[in-house]
Design a binder for this molecule. Structure first.
Ligand SMILES: [Zn+2]
Length: 205
């Protein structure tokens, strides 16, 4: 195809513009918000609840709990630990995990209602401290990934905020509650409370 130079130049500009626009959909880094405190990276043993030890936890979170891997801790209770996701997809992106080894949402039963409620409450407490306005505006996502679409085989709830500032593909893709791979914390609580399995799908493998 032969194009006069001007047309070629404008074609290139348009194409490159389109490409960079498309690329930004896949850009993994969130907008930086300087209002969020950067918590220090620490390696420490996180005292487990009585009767629990970390030797039966093969996941990377077991290493974090046992003090073999560092993390940026936001909050800790007897039963739970909250720390920054190592590859944040929102200005504030924490994981809340039980110290007890629970593999995934598929391992949850109606006995775990209090646990998942406490996980949710810890997520909301973090938002109240770090992003009070986003909490008021309900501009956040509290969710679990559903195996095999989970990254670590240890139950973890994602806390992402402000959701409105997340990359489109993250908000509407990976962290889209109600998709086959992602479920909201509220749904998990409601289903367990009514005696159902935590998610409405059977395990693929
Ligand atoms: Zn996940």
């Amino acid at each position: 195809m032969h194009l006069p130079p001007i047309t070629r130049a404008s074609f290139l500009c348009t194409t490159m513009g389109g490409l960079s626009c498309f690329q930004s959909l896949f850009n993994q880094s969130p907008n930086n918000n300087n209002n969020i405190n950067q918590h220090p990276l620490t390696t420490s043993y996180h005292e487990p609840p009585s009767g629990i030890d970390y030797s039966d936890n093969p996941s990377v979170f077991g290493k974090i709990l046992n003090g073999d891997q560092p993390c940026r801790v936001y909050k800790e209770s007897t039963e739970l630990l909250a720390f920054q996701d190592r590859s944040p997809k929102a200005n504030f992106h924490a994981l809340v995990i039980p110290k007890q080894y629970i593999k995934s949402v598929y391992s949850l039963t109606s006995n775990d209602v209090k646990l998942v409620q406490d996980m949710r409450q810890m997520g909301l407490d973090l938002l109240e401290k770090e992003l009070p306005q986003a909490l008021k505006d309900e501009d956040y996502i509290l969710c679990y990934h559903i195996p095999p679409f989970n990254s670590v085989d240890h139950l973890h709830m994602h806390v992402l905020s402000p959701a409105s500032e997340m990359q489109w593909l993250m908000r509407n893709g990976k962290y889209s509650c109600g998709a086959r791979w992602c479920t909201s914390s509220l749904d998990v609580i409601a289903r367990l409370k009514s005696g159902k399995a935590a998610v409405p799908y059977s395990q693929l493998f």
